[in-house]
Write a protein of this length. Structure first.
Length: 652
């Protein structure tokens, strides 16, 4: 088989005026993303393909002074699409995506430990007549398991360039960069692979034989571990044990750093109060910014720790086992393992959870899962839960060596996951009575020691997004809510007429908040939430949470800072002293155990994130399903909160 160079066409001059675009294509978990990061230096951008909601990841790679656009295509096993992701890849290579041309060159990323599957995808790619090269990954794993391959012989057999890369160690990235720089001279096979399935199987066998491919033996270590972790009984016990320890760690390991941040913010607030003499500006900074955004920032240690632990579990190969293990559970709900992947994604944020449903082939399964994943306990709920659990359970409460706070947090996360799957099951039963399931296929990577750089990056990206959210959306919402609670201002004459001492700053602030625009809004919706024990201040926090769930915590922080300026660093301690200002319960405490439980349950079930609704609208191309999701979750949240409040009241 003689390799032939690519001839330059009439478009060469036009191509010279723009940057060549090289795309990575391959199956999920095959190493594409690691290669992409190695080439682009982790300076990736994300967006959507025109006209569809599937994300595209692209970045810049500079080689020998020239710039190349590198794109990481969605993972696919075939160009015969069964999911939106695979449909986009097929359309892109066929030049059928509006506004985006086909790539100038393709790098087919093939796992060398499962090369047969990679060659089947390559055969389809070569039919597209786009300059193509092969990047072999997992070569170290291949050798460790007794397998082998002759890279040069494989290149000769295929008629195209082949390079071997171990991306997580940086091995082969330099050679790959040289290959990309020479993309115009990539050779092509003289004859395309056959399309007939029987002939294609023979072609794959011929290529593997010519390359001296030795199939790796099964990883005995992985098999031994999987016998336990994938066992239907032992594996399930271990899964819940891992999750239990996970949430115990959130309260114990991060506590010292959280206390340090709290003290720092308190010192900063005192300094601002002493330096800024203008009462309006001082109130904005201390109550609006530090009392709002600062309250959210105190939970950063738990956020970082959560993403660190998730990254470690994923990098060692456990998360894919969890998905496989839960496939049997999902099948009971009429769904498949990909639905669990979407639910798992929603534990970071509901938005990637909704987007992860694209990998589900069945449109009915996709809708059912999409309507369930917002019930997963996203990181935005974590600050709310940490605040409320800390108020409900004393920090020193233990069962032996186990923190009771950690137990409650574990149960809340378990409630979110179970509720998400049950909601998807109900929707599936209503919309699809066939009960047919598509086959579930997922890569099972071997167990590996985590790479510190990869783990830190996996931890930093969502943490950075959380910080960005705190510095933009939450900051803006905090300033707006501060303004709504401080407007209109009150004259000394009006305060005296209302029986308020104008020299008592706390009394003035309380009166102003209660009679502000936000106060009127909170009181207007009080009849709806009164059965749950919420007063007008809690209602303001609920309204603010429609922007982002964390805003509810920042709002409570603002109200606490304004009502208790002497101790605005301890939000839980301040709001625990709140009493009802009017009505039959006037003078009684607001945050009793029944109210706290009701508020936790309300947040567990309510869909308050407008960004999630917007993504659902984009994914479904209609407002019907987002409206249904918001409506049924609000009803579910109110009913759960009412039941929780009623039951807890019996024991209080």
């Amino acid at each position: 088989m003689t390799a032939q160079p690519i001839a330059s066409g009439s478009g060469g001059a036009a191509l010279a005026e723009r940057q060549p675009r090289i795309a990575l294509i391959g199956s999920p978990n095959g190493g594409k993303t690691s290669i992409f990061n190695g080439l682009t230096g982790l300076h990736a951008k994300t967006g959507n393909y025109p006209g569809v909601t599937v994300s595209r990841t692209y970045g810049m790679c500079q080689i020998k002074g020239a710039n190349y656009n590198i794109e990481d295509l969605p993972g696919c096993y075939s160009l015969t699409p069964i999911s939106p992701d695979e449909q986009v890849v097929a359309d892109l290579l066929g030049g059928n995506v509006r506004g985006i041309e086909s790539p100038d060159g393709l790098l087919v990323v093939a796992d060398s430990t499962a090369l047969r599957r990679g060659l089947l995808l390559l055969a389809e790619v070569l039919q597209k007549q786009i300059p193509t090269a092969v990047v072999l990954t997992m070569a170290d794993e291949l050798r460790r398991r007794g397998g082998s391959i002759d890279q040069q012989a494989l290149s000769r057999a295929l008629g195209i360039p082949v390079v071997t890369v171990v991306a997580n160690r940086g091995i082969g990235i330099g050679e790959l960069r040289h290959l990309i720089a020479d993309w115009r001279n990539w050779s092509v096979p003289p004859i395309d692979p056959p399309q007939d399935p029987n002939e294609l199987a023979g072609w794959v066998d011929s290529v593997l034989d010519s390359a001296g491919y030795q199939v790796p033996v099964p990883d005995e270590r992985t098999l031994r571990i999987d016998k336990v972790l994938l066992h239907p009984v032992y594996g399930s016990i271990i899964f819940f044990a891992v999750m239990f320890v996970f949430f115990q760690a959130l309260f114990t390991w991060a506590a010292p750093l959280q206390d340090a941040i709290t003290n720092l913010l308190a010192m900063l607030g005192d300094w601002v109060s002493s330096v800024v003499t203008n009462s309006i500006l001082s109130g904005l900074i201390v109550n609006g910014v530090l009392g709002g955004v600062g309250t959210v920032l105190t939970f950063i240690p738990q956020i970082v720790l959560m993403f660190l632990l998730l990254a470690l579990l994923d990098s060692v190969g456990y998360m894919s086992r969890a998905a496989f293990l839960m496939d049997k559970v999902m099948s009971k709900a009429g769904l498949e393992g990909r639905a669990f992947v979407a639910v798992l994604s929603s534990f970071a944020c509901a938005i990637p959870g909704v987007m992860a449903t694209r990998t589900i082939p069945s449109s009915k399964d996709r809708i059912a899962t999409m309507l369930g994943v917002p019930l997963g306990t996203c990181s935005a709920r974590l600050p709310v839960y940490l605040l409320l659990v800390g108020m409900l359970v004393p920090s020193d409460a233990t069962l032996g060596p186990v923190s009771v706070q950690g137990i409650v947090m574990f149960l809340l996360y378990l409630l979110g996951g179970v509720s998400a799957m049950m909601a998807a099951w109900v929707v599936k039963k209503i919309t699809d009575r066939s009960g047919n399931l598509m086959p579930f296929y997922m890569e099972m990577p071997p167990y590996r020691l985590p790479r510190p750089k990869s783990v830190l990056l996996a931890m930093w990206e969502p943490t950075k997004a959380y910080l960005r959210k705190a510095g933009t959306i939450i900051l803006a919402a905090s300033v707006i809510i501060w303004a709504l609670t401080a407007i209109p201002g009150r004259s000394p004459q009006e305060l005296e007429a209302a029986g308020v001492d104008p020299t008592d700053s706390v009394a003035v602030t309380s009166y102003t908040m209660e009679n502000s625009i936000a106060g009127h809004i909170g009181k207007a919706i009080e009849p709806v939430f009164e059965p749950l024990g919420f007063d007008w201040r809690v209602n303001i926090a609920l309204v603010g949470s429609l922007v982002a769930r964390e805003v509810s915590v920042s709002t409570l922080g603002q109200l606490a800072a304004a009502s208790d300026p002497e101790d605005n660093s301890q939000v839980a301690q301040s709001i625990s002293q709140w009493t009802y200002t009017e009505g039959p319960h006037q003078g009684e405490k607001v945050f009793t155990a029944p109210t706290i439980v009701a508020l936790m349950l309300f947040f567990a079930f309510a869909l308050q994130c407008m960004s999630t609704l917007a993504v659902m609208r984009r994914e479904t191309n209609t407002w019907k399903w987002p409206a249904i999701a918001f409506g049924y979750m609000f009803v579910l949240a109110w009913v759960a909160g009412f039941i929780g409040h009623t039951i807890m009241s019996l024991f209080s």
